[in-house]
Design a protein around this ligand. Sequence first.
Ligand SMILES: Nc1nc2c(c(=O)[nH]1)N[C@H]1C(S)=C(S)[C@@H](COP(=O)(O)OP(=O)(O)OC[C@H]3O[C@@H](n4cnc5c(=O)[nH]c(N)nc54)[C@H](O)[C@@H]3O)O[C@H]1N2
Ligand SMILES: Nc1nc2c(c(=O)[nH]1)N[C@H]1C(S)=C(S)[C@@H](COP(=O)(O)OP(=O)(O)OC[C@H]3O[C@@H](n4cnc5c(=O)[nH]c(N)nc54)[C@H](O)[C@@H]3O)O[C@H]1N2
Ligand SMILES: [Mo]
Length: 771
Amino acid sequence: MATAFTHWGTYELTVSDGRIDAVRGVAADPDPSPIAQNLLDVADHPLRIRRPAVRRGFLEEVDTGRRSLEEAPARRRGGEPFVELSWADAAALAAAELDRVRVEHGNAAIFAGSYGWASAGRFHYAQGQLYRFLNLLGGFTISRDSYSYAAAQVIVPHIVAPWFDVLGNHTSYEVLARHGRLVLALGGLPAKNQQVENGGTYRHQGAAGLRLLREAGVRIISVSPLHGDVADELGASWLPIRPGTDTALLLGIAHTLVTEGLHDEAFLERCCSGVERFLASLAGRDATWAAAICGLDAETIRDLARDLAAGPSMVTASWSLQRAEHGEQAYWATVAVAALLGQIGTPGGGFGLGYGSVNRVGSAEHGFSLPRLPTGPNPVDSFIPVARITELLDNPGGSFTYDGCTYTYPDTRLVYWCGGNPFHHHQDLGSLVAAWQRPETVIVHEQVWNPLARHADIVLPISHTLERDDFGSSPLTGTIVAMPKVLDPPGEARSDHAAFAAIAAELGLLDAFTEGLDEAGWLRRLWTETRKRAAAQGADLPGFEEFWAMGVTELPRPARPRVLLEAFRADPEANPLRTPSGRIELYSPVIDAFGLADCPPTPTWLEPLEWAGSSVAERFPLHLLSNQPVAKLHSQLDFGRASVATKRSGREVLRMHPADAAARGLDDGDIARVFNDRGACLASVGLTDDLRRGVVVLPTGSWYDPLVGGDPSSMCVHGNPNVLTSGRPASALSQAPAAQSCLVEVERFVGEVPPVRAHTPPSFVADPRPR
Ligand SMILES: Nc1nc2c(c(=O)[nH]1)N[C@H]1C(S)=C(S)[C@@H](COP(=O)(O)OP(=O)(O)OC[C@H]3O[C@@H](n4cnc5c(=O)[nH]c(N)nc54)[C@H](O)[C@@H]3O)O[C@H]1N2
Ligand SMILES: Nc1nc2c(c(=O)[nH]1)N[C@H]1C(S)=C(S)[C@@H](COP(=O)(O)OP(=O)(O)OC[C@H]3O[C@@H](n4cnc5c(=O)[nH]c(N)nc54)[C@H](O)[C@@H]3O)O[C@H]1N2
Ligand SMILES: [Mo]
């Protein structure tokens, strides 16, 4: 028996003859995730990368010195065959490229933000290895914030508190069940998302937490275009809102509260600042105004306001709400409504920003963070907001604003990616594919021939987490899990650490990188640090060998019921918030001074460029939601059996209302072309009346599969929604991704349906260079 510790849970594996025969949740997990069944397809899958490889044209570009796109117009990353190389040749080539770019253009010309979830083990955490390596080489341009909640990360500190202070201190479900009465859930509380936790999951707690609410009789009202965003067993009522309009709904609720005198003036007076300005901004924002925007009845909105004011009420918004144009406003309006209700800091009410988005939010436990691999300082200070990758590549020397300041995009010559997949996570993939041709060199560490590997120049084959020794801990429960190697890596695949060590050796940095330790030595060093850290929390962990033999160890659990902002509410003078006023800011003078048209200083409904009410809807009348996939984590193991089972004939399913389908002559199972001005993809039509009319849903995660590789205008035949989504930022404040603001049209695909090749490796040719 062996153990796998992953972002989606901890599993016992039965392994024989180098294959995994069975995957079962550990006994301690009440709710193991079906995502784990994808692990059955990891070992030796045909998509695994077995040897280092380079893009054929890249060899020629290096030999001839034609490095810029202007000099190498035939370059077609994503559409060229690969040449396999030895590790020695590949490491030497990577080292030479890094050194050349560093010397000729400076370290800021290396972009290695390398956003992505990678895998759960601590030592082998991909970005940690990458950052350590590149910092030793003199640094690199990094990225800030996360695709998950970038808008929140920038706005929430201005209005309440540093984002992670809010995120990590949400009132627990146990407390809410005991003291709550009503939960208004914007974006629902999707069980599918609670399967996952960044860093690793030991016990799944989200579903059980929500059941506690049900058992205690706490009512849930789900405001979401999708009925299925709350599990049926929770008996929630459903308000099918128009996507992208929650801010209007919330302001309509706020207006009703104030005009009917239902707001808590004492709380506003004691705990908030900018109240006058905010209340004045509500003029004309009544329920009737809101109803016309959000597509719910005015009377429903007024009743909702009264219902919320009648007793303890929690107003919570899923992260999807801020992954949209003006996503900052939806979060600000959520906090503002909770402030008017006056229950922030009480056990039964207040606000939440992410219940239902991951396993962690609402848990009563609070975990333990393992020490990291030391990465050292990055001597380079240039950065991009995480979702500005296309602009970075397209616009060297151009400027961008971020949180009130102006910065410059460096001139990127080399891109290094390790542990993430931009051809999964980024929006407007056609534009990314075009911009991606610009840098001189793209180095990628990958496990599988996914779209990122296909768009690289130098591809290094990396072992899967099951193929190396490591340990990890659930940031939530403080459970530390040993992760002994279970399988041999396929072919010549190695760990990221071994790959960096090979390149470091070429650059004379081997000793600095490894400090003379092998991987086993590093695990022990990290364990020594872990013991120290645990001791500081009063926990006595065993020595490494004993821990490795035990397999799992748990830190004692602090049994403190958690209530968000409890201390602040109890005494706002003694426990001020870390905002300029020390209070919850309903008007922000700081944001006002930024003078941004798309981020006003009070929570405001601003019309997005793409929503059902905009002029774009005349040509593209359907609102596309691209939410998280139910049977995988992002794009990881898309070829695994749980993921494949959600597709139809190998294609992603586009969920659509029967009336919208009928109006287009579409039937269940038809192959549809989903399109807008940015791109197109094929998908299999799946009819359901569990969504609002005018809304279609195509989950993320199906590997981008362009008809013609490397062609920015090619349609994706597999059903990746990011060929359709917009790269426009949420606002100039955060520059955050805004994938949910996306309009499309859908039609029957005519002609011969092209085959899906996403799960077929690219083609290989012999090394064209003379020996
Ligand atoms: N349209 C739309 N797009 C979205 C979203 C959306 O809601 N709608 N959501 C966004 C969100 S919230 C997120 S977080 C992002 C997720 O985007 P990512 O985190 O980039 O997606 P993953 O598929 O998890 O990418 C991880 C990659 O790392 C590789 N990998 C795993 N372990 C290792 C390792 O040890 N070493 C190396 N070298 N590689 C490894 C995997 O094979 C995989 O290709 O997507 C974003 N994109
Ligand atoms: N199974 C699985 N779980 C995951 C992940 C995964 O890849 N797979 N990824 C994890 C990650 S990285 C993250 S960041 C979280 C993301 O967590 P979320 O951002 O909360 O997840 P989504 O699935 O994008 O969105 C949740 C729901 O919000 C609704 N919604 C979308 N737009 C709107 C709107 O304008 N208004 C309202 N009211 N509702 C709207 C959609 O119907 C959608 O189903 O999920 C995590 N959980
Ligand atoms: Mo995310």
